[in-house]
Structures are given as C-alpha cells and as structure tokens.
Design a binder for this molecule. Structure first.
Ligand SMILES: Nc1ncnc2c1ncn2[C@@H]1O[C@H](COP(=O)(O)OP(=O)(O)OP(=O)(O)O)[C@@H](O)[C@H]1O
Length: 287
C-alpha cells in the first residue's frame, strides 16, 4: 500500500456526525425508533445488531437514500436528512455498498475518475472542449487517482476492467472509488462480506489506514465481530430498530442486553432450522 495524503481541499479534521432521534417507518413497521449516536471527527464507529435490526436503514438515511420519518442527522452545519444522495456526497460523506456498485465493464481507473466528478470545477462542457483549465484539472485528477490506487494497493489493476478482478479486489475498488470523492466521513456497508480471511485482513488494515493516514471518520456496518472489535473505537447496537447499547467494544461485548439480543436471534434462527452458519453471532472477538 502506498502513501497518500489527504487532498488539500479537505485537509483538517472533518466535523462530527450527529444522529439524533431518527425514526423510520415503513407503513406499520418501525425500522428505526428514535436512534441517536455520534461519530466524533477521526473516529471509527460501528453499528451492529442481528438481522433486521435496522442497520441498512440507518445507512440509507445517512446517505440520503431513505427519508427519515422524524429526527435529525447533522454533519458540520448540514442537515443530511433533507438531502438527496448526490448532495450528501457533496458535503463530504461517501459510501460503499453491501453489494458492489461499480461499473463492471469499465476499468478501475474510469470507476475512480467517476468518483471524482463531483469535484470537477470546470464542468463537463469545458472538459469536453479541452480548455486549458480543464486540461490542468484532468491531469490533477489523473494523478490523484494514481495516488489513491497506490494507497489501496490497486495500481497494477488501474487499466483492468472491474469484472475481470477477484471479488476481494473489487471490494477494494469500491473503497477506492469512495476515497476518490475526498470524503470527510466514509460509510462502509459490510466491507468484508463474502471475503476470504486473507482478504478480510487486508481490508481491515486498509480501513485502519484510512483513518490513521487520511484522518477520515468511518462509520461501519459489519457482521464480522472480530473486525468490528478490532477496528472500532465505539459501537452502537441496534435490535428491532432500537438502540440497546452504545459504548467502547469491551463494554459492548459484556453488555447483558447485547448478549441477549444476539442469543435471541440465534434461538430464532435455530427455531427456523437455520444451520450453524446462520449470520447472527454474539459479539466476541474470537471469530
Ligand atoms: N424499503 C423497505 N420497505 C419496507 N420495509 C423495509 C425496507 N427496508 C427495510 N425494511 C424493514 O426494516 C427492518 C430493518 O431492516 P434493515 O435492512 O435496515 O436491517 P439490517 O439490520 O440491515 O439487517 P441485515 O443485517 O439483515 O442487513 C426490517 O424489518 C426490514 O424488513
């Protein structure tokens, strides 16, 4: 992995993310029920909980995909709950997706350049006409894409079409595309899902490096408790849309309500005949 600095435009610590009393209802179902938590600048914060707890709904509210029924999400003076996804990205919040959302028939380079479009000051018209300012910008974007690709260990794959790469590397391209947007807060939706243990280790190191080297805050949804307990400074636990615990990983692992929620989920899976690979896992750091 190479060295990359935070881009000048986003230098300095970003603001805190403040989620306050967010409720989301789908008809009669309350997917999130007055959920609150804070992600301080430069922190790695995880949201965990059994299946159906409301984690994805929470991400979708933060990234502008879902509108909250009530509550607020503040980020540096911006109210995210009122914004469409492209505007959320515009204030420095980038996300990755549980299922990779890249242009598979395009190269890694063009996927990363797409991630930078919101930063293109001279606009597509002048870029199309290749005016001098646009040409300068184009070169700066190309250089930054090379740096970011180096940072996530993708430089040798820049000219490869995404569909030809192994899954674990595609997940890194997804992370790199989010970084190409020069975010101040990164929302990672199950970044190690479906990976081998070697790929998981690489991704965990990368996420730690994103915070350490770039100072970017990270909000993480992840089922792999080993990764969560190793990476996160603090954890919010959801169950049936409610926040049942919030604290440092060591506290969370010992919290009786958390243990009950996970054991309850396991019993429910057992009742439904789910096998030993059922995803609900009590939050130990041994898996
Ligand atoms: N668009 C939607 N319309 C209706 N119900 C929804 C919608 N999105 C989520 N839900 C419901 O809201 C609840 C929370 O779902 P959500 O996907 O947020 O949970 P989760 O914690 O991310 O689960 P998993 O770990 O399985 O991904 C579930 O009961 C789900 O069925």
């Amino acid at each position: 992995m190479g060295v990359v600095k935070r881009a000048a435009a986003t230098a300095g610590p970003g603001p805190a993310l403040e989620v306050r009393d967010v409720t989301v209802r789908f008809g009669g179902l309350t997917a999130l029920d007055r959920v609150s938590f804070t992600v301080p600048p430069g922190a790695i914060h995880a949201i965990i909980g059994p299946n159906g707890a409301g984690k994805s709904t929470c991400f979708n509210v933060l990234s502008g995909v879902y509108r909250a029924t009530s509550g607020r999400v503040g980020f540096g003076g911006h109210e995210l709950t009122a914004m469409a996804p492209h505007r959320v990205a515009g204030v420095g919040v980038a996300r990755t997706f549980q299922n990779i959302a890249l242009s598979h028939s395009q190269t890694v380079r063009s996927n990363l350049l797409t991630g930078r479009h919101r930063l293109t000051g001279s606009g597509f018209l002048s870029a199309g006409l290749r005016l001098p300012r646009a040409r300068g910008e184009e070169a700066a974007h190309a250089e930054r894409v090379r740096e970011i690709a180096g940072f996530v260990g993708l430089r040798e794959h820049l000219e490869t079409e995404v569909r030809l790469l192994p899954y674990g590397i595609q997940k890194r391209v997804e992370l790199a595309r989010a970084l190409a947007m020069e975010p101040r807060l990164l929302l990672l939706d199950e970044p190690v899902a479906g990976m081998t243990s070697a790929e998981r280790r690489v991704m965990a190191e990368l996420v730690a490096a994103v915070r350490r080297s770039l100072g970017i805050s990270v909000l993480l949804v992840e089922h792999d408790m080993g990764i969560v307990m190793r990476l996160a400074d603090s954890v919010t636990v959801l169950d049936f849309g409610r926040r049942i615990a919030d604290g440092v990983p060591e506290e969370i692992q010992r919290d009786p309500a958390v243990i009950r929620a996970y054991l309850g989920a396991e019993e429910a899976d057992a009742d439904r005949g789910a096998g030993p690979d059922a995803p609900a896992t009590p939050p130990t750091d041994k898996d």
